[in-house]
Design a protein around this ligand. Structure first.
Ligand code: EPZ
Length: 416
């Protein structure tokens, strides 16, 4: 079955190693299209979104192989051709191919990207900004065709911060004519990793990690080997599981330096965090929670991808609280499933009010998207009795093997 069975109520005790970052791997895989030759990526996670991105690269004529944990992408024989719609439509990050293919070939036709149901997730700002760089874009029913004999660097003042738009514009700008300024640029660690990868290949990018990026176009980039950083959202998910069960776990390779807002919130919610050279030691219930409000935002604020798992933490923290979701307009979808498990949560617009004294009961619940599905697993770990989370394929989009990782942390969990 496409499900996970959890026998809840057990404290988590153990150690697990945090996988490579989904949201760093995807734009970097797209960025290999900018480079003639073979790039080698270490620590690329084995997740379905990466599989779909590799499939898209193969459909474009690239040779993609994975051996001993290294993904090799050879783009020598890039040939313009249709990308399989089931891979384009299954995830949001297929839009990254737009910027990269325009820079490499000057032409791309593709269907609109897919992605989680957490919001409308339009691509208007992607298309608007590329048009300002001289790209001609014609939208058709199911997708669009874009063409640019050359891409012109320019000053791009964005109306709001967007991770994907920042990434797409970086990919379009690194081989463009002249200088491109992106402001405000997103500052996420995944964008810093993309810049690091491109700079190591010879790109000229200034301001990585700040809200102002300056990119000077170069003539070509050279193949490189790069290690994908650990996934801060996966680390945060297992941290929240430990907090809900009151255990003590070691998260090896957790990217501590990129988790400040999550770790600080965890401590306010009663956890103890010991930063070690190789990761973090988490004690789930070390002291009383003093946190009664949480607002999501662009990095370095509290990440929207951690909102659902931390809603579960708040629900069993013993203290009433509220969560303000400022990034996506439909990211409280798991509330109905959590309420069926006994959580006391009400939603008014972009704010969720959590009563904090929920006694969760295991039952059959349904994942509808990636991080909400992971949060339902976290809830089942904290619940009494047996819980089943269906639609496991949503969770497999971003977690290499959530069952194995949580079993390593002492959870009583199995595929169902
Ligand atoms: C990236 O999505 C991540 N996905 C998301 O992670 C993450 O939640 C999000 O950034 C915010 O941090 C990947 O990196 C693959 P945005 P993205 O553009 O780029 C609106 C996960 O679980 N917008 O920063 O799509 C948009 O609707 C996923 O791993 C437009 O209106 O996020 C949203 O409300 C979920 N028009 C806001 O901007 C556009 O053209 C921010 O979205 C583009 C975006």
């Amino acid at each position: 079955m496409d499900a996970i069975r959890i026998y809840g109520g057990k404290r988590l005790e153990g150690q697990t190693t945090i996988q490579g970052s989904k949201n760093a791997s995807l734009p970097i895989l797209a960025a290999t299209l900018l480079i003639k030759g073979t790039c080698e990526l270490e620590n690329c996670p084995d997740i379905s979104d990466v599989f779909h991105m590799q499939r898209l690269l193969t459909s474009l004529g690239c040779k993609v192989e994975k051996k001993e944990g290294i993904v090799r992408v050879n783009t020598e024989c890039l040939s313009e051709c249709d990308m399989p719609s089931d891979s384009v439509g299954v995830m949001r990050s297929s839009i990254m191919l737009l910027g990269a293919l325009l820079a490499r070939t000057g032409y791309v036709c593709m269907e609109y990207p897919g992605g989680c149901v957490i919001g409308a997730r339009p691509i208007d700002l992607h298309l608007q900004s590329l048009r300002k760089m001289g790209v001609r874009i014609e939208e058709t029913g199911a997708g669009f065709c874009a063409e640019a004999s050359k891409i012109n660097g320019t000053v791009l003042r964005l109306p709001f911060v967007s991770v994907g738009v920042t990434e797409n514009l970086i990919l379009a700008a690194v081989l463009a004519e002249g200088e491109t300024v992106i402001e405000p640029a997103a500052r996420e660690p995944e964008i810093q990793a993309l810049c690091e990868f491109l700079i190591s290949a010879g790109a000229q990018i200034e301001g990585s990690g700040t809200d102002r990026l300056i990119i000077r176009g170069v003539r070509s980039l050279r193949p490189v080997r790069y290690r994908i950083p650990a996934d801060r959202i996966v680390a945060g998910t297992y941290l929240s599981a430990c907090m809900c069960t009151g255990g003590r776990v070691f998260l090896k390779d957790a990217p501590v330096n990129h988790m400040e807002s999550v770790l600080e919130t965890a401590v306010r919610m009663g956890a103890a965090i010991d930063r070690e050279p190789e990761g973090i030691l988490v004690t789930g219930r070390d002291h009383e929670s003093t946190c009664n409000s949480l607002i999501t935002g662009c990095y370095p604020a509290f990440p929207t991808d951690m909102q659902s798992p931390f809603m579960v933490v708040m629900a069993v923290s013993g203290h009433a609280g509220r969560i303000e979701e400022t990034v996506f307009e439909n990211r409280f979808r798991i509330v109905s499933q959590l309420r069926r498990m006994g959580a006391g949560i009400t939603v008014q617009g972009s704010t969720a009010y959590i009563d904090g004294n929920s006694r969760l009961k295991g039952m059959i619940v349904q994942a509808e998207e990636l991080r909400g599905g992971a949060a339902l697993v976290v809830a089942a770990l904290a619940a009494e009795g047996t819980g089943i989370v269906t639609n496991r394929h949503y969770i497999d989009r971003g977690y290499e093997d959530i069952v194995l990782s949580l079993r390593e942390l002492g959870a009583d969990i199995e595929l169902a």
